[in-house]
Ligand binder design. Structure first.
Ligand code: 0X9
Ligand code: ZN
Length: 292
């Protein structure tokens, strides 16, 4: 359904959106997304804002919210939102683990990993432990049968992370990389497996706090914390955002843990978090501009 929607939207707004493929899955699904890039007056290129969600299959609110966000970017007449849309070259992938997402809808609601078959017959690796930066260290299991945290047989053993990472490598001018997970209501900064702070930590905190301020105004709900995973959640290695930060020195990299009661969030309330995310992203963009 998400893919149908993306395709329809790329047709409806065909002058400035295009359907993009960021990679493939083990079961041969495509990792589909949307590029939104409105024309500029002198056709100069804009900074890229990349959004990835659904890397963990069961965190359903993440793809739902990302899709809501896409819809607002494309259809809203609010000048704050159209300004946001025009400011960046957007690359947005709502479901980067499509096999897992499908499996969590059909067989196991709590499925988190990919669906690759390992040599001993166990299934799946955690795609947020599989990226090639400090792979296999914190919060990672080396046992293929581990239900949640198997990091894969080697870095980028999973076709999803391998193919998506090569797509990311083709992008010049990547300014923002944002990943959506659930459900802890916190905002995470790089790096995730160390308490050491990256060189623009203060800027990341300032921009992130502005984002949470913008979000809090929508429903009067405030995210609980902001910081590195090692400091406010638990240290974890091999995640996408750390790899992007390390590999491209992308300055503004964040992981949002959206809200929820474990992984349950009623569909009727998707707009509630959707609006929050629109404002949180607007907060990121606005504060980053101020600091520039
Ligand atoms: O453990 C994770 O991968 C994330 N938490 S979740 O409950 N959604 O599984 C936190 C990820 C933070 N670390 C990185 N992005 N590397
Ligand atoms: Zn997650």
């Amino acid at each position: 359904y998400i893919y149908k929607y993306l395709q329809n939207m790329s047709k409806t707004y065909s002058e400035w959106t295009e359907s993009i493929v960021g990679g493939q899955s083990y079961e041969k699904r495509e990792i589909r997304g949307l590029r939104i890039n409105t024309p500029t007056r002198n056709s100069e290129s804009k900074p890229v804002f990349f959004i990835e969600s659904g890397i963990h299959a069961r965190e359903w609110i993440a793809p739902a919210t990302t899709t809501y966000f896409i819809n607002q970017l494309l259809t809203s007449a609010d000048p704050n939102v159209t300004r946001l849309r025009d400011q960046f070259d957007w690359r947005i992938f709502p479901t980067v683990n499509p096999d897992g997402y499908h499996y969590s809808h059909t067989f196991d609601r709590m499925w988190r990993k990919t669906r690759s078959v390992s040599s001993n017959g166990c299934i799946g690796a955690d795609p947020n432990r599989n990226w090639d930066y400090n792979w296999g260290q914190e919060s990672s299991s080396h046992k293929p049968c581990n239900y949640q945290l198997y990091c894969g047989s080697k870095p980028f053993s999973e076709v999803e992370t391998r193919s998506l990472s090569s797509y990311i490598s083709t992008i010049d001018n990547l300014l923002f990389y944002v990943s959506f997970h659930s459900a802890a209501a916190i905002l995470l900064l790089p790096m995730s497996d160390s308490k050491e702070h990256v060189d623009n930590y203060d800027d990341l905190i300032q921009i992130g706090k502005a984002s949470l301020d913008y979000g809090a105004k929508v429903n009067n709900v405030r995210y609980e914390d902001i910081g590195t995973a090692a400091e406010i959640l638990y240290p974890a290695s091999g995640g996408s955002m750390d790899w992007v930060r390390h590999t491209f020195e992308t300055p503004l990299v964040y992981t949002y843990e959206l809200r929820g009661n474990s992984f349950h969030w009623p569909p009727s309330r998707i707009p509630e978090q959707g609006e929050e995310v629109v404002q949180m992203i607007r907060g990121l963009a606005t504060e980053a501009k101020k600091l520039n």
